[in-house]
Design a protein around this ligand. Structure first.
Ligand code: ADP
Ligand code: MG
Length: 317
């Protein structure tokens, strides 16, 4: 694999879509795992009370302190990072995890009771600052609702990766996520940029899959000069060129609490995640090398006619 040197500053990547079941956790876990295979030092931070990422790595959700304790200010993030040094934990050497558990459901009430002047959206700023410099990548896997951890992740991240699957609800979720990102860019986190949109669980034979791909390519067109044809980009679009196919190996590995890199290292979908990781690194390198300024890397604007007639038909039956 490649170098183990830290190639650049820590990149904090939030993965989102306002809907659940659209591949956020699967993409987070496998992208992180693929980057670890490339020799990068990676932290996955599970910010969802459903603990999808924690479970996918085979870690019991009540075994460790984690997100809840950090967000209420009882623990420093470094004290709750889980590594393969813990008994019974099998993570790759350079992949660490902050776990979540059901208790996180109560986070908003707990924060409000603790300090009514505390801004929910700021609760990750201190912890992320404390973790910068220790990892190449920090992935924030969020819940599909606007609870404190989700809102805070938008404010603390450098990049946003959108997840979508061929499902009309996923497309609605993309629109909502995009509006939220634009709001956060205006108020609070002007650094936040969209890194790309991942299309996952795609069965290329279906019409809906093709419609989704066309929609995302069109709606997330790159704006700035010099962005077209950028390494790895679907031409003129923020959509990642690599598409993740639908396959039963994913739910199977998930149930086993392992990633595809452990269960099916040579599978086509595993290879797709390797390619996606390469695209992610190419885009970040391009941004760092000054292809882009402090302006958003992609001026993603949803035009009023973003929903194509064909998509409308799919959505409305
Ligand atoms: N490429 C894929 N092929 C088949 N099933 C998938 C794929 N990606 C995700 N899934 C399944 O879809 C469901 C939702 O995925 P998940 O990543 O948990 O979504 P989210 O985090 O957005 O709620 C899971 O059951 C997962 O196994
Ligand atoms: Mg999830």
């Amino acid at each position: 694999m490649e170098t183990t040197n830290t190639p650049f500053e820590t990149q904090v990547i939030a993965i989102g879509n306002q809907k659940g079941g659209v591949g956020k956790t699967t993409n987070t876990v496998h992208l992180a795992r693929a980057l670890a295979e490339r020799g990068r030092k990676v932290l996955v931070w599970d910010l969802d009370m459903n603990s999808g990422a924690t479970k996918h790595f085979g870690i019991p959700t009540d075994a460790f302190m984690g997100t809840f304790e950090v967000l209420v200010g009882d623990e420093e993030p470094l004290n709750v990072v889980v590594t393969n040094k813990e008994e019974g934990v099998s993570l790759p050497d350079n992949l660490h995890l902050i776990t979540s558990r059901r208790k996180l459901e109560a986070i908003d009430e707990t924060l409000a009771a603790k300090d009514k002047f505390l801004a929910r959206s700021d609760v990750l700023l201190g912890p992320i600052a404390a973790l910068r410099g220790r990892y190449d990548y920090i992935f924030l896997d969020t819940a599909p609702n606007a609870t404190a951890p989700t809102v805070a992740s938008y404010k603390a991240a450098d990049w946003f990766v959108l997840s979508a699957i061929p499902d009309p609800f996923a497309i609605d979720g993309l629109r909502d996520a995009l509006l939220d990102i634009q709001a956060v860019q205006r108020r609070g986190n002007p650094r936040l940029r969209i890194l790309g949109v991942v299309l996952a669980a795609v069965d290329e034979r279906t019409r809906l899959a093709r419609t989704l791909a066309d929609y995302v390519t069109g709606a997330f067109r790159t704006g700035g000069a010099g962005r077209e044809g950028e390494a790895g980009a679907a031409e003129g679009s923020v959509r990642f060129k690599t598409i993740i196919n639908r396959s039963t190996v994913i739910p199977t590995s998930q149930k086993e609490g392992r990633t595809l890199f452990e269960t099916d290292p040579q599978h086509k979908v595993t290879e797709q995640y390797r390619q996606l990781a390469a695209e992610v690194e190419a885009r970040i390198a391009a941004a760092r090398d000054g292809v882009t300024s402090s302006a958003p890397a992609f001026s993603s604007q949803l035009p009023a006619d973003a929903v194509t007639p064909e998509l409308n038909e799919v959505v409305n039956g």
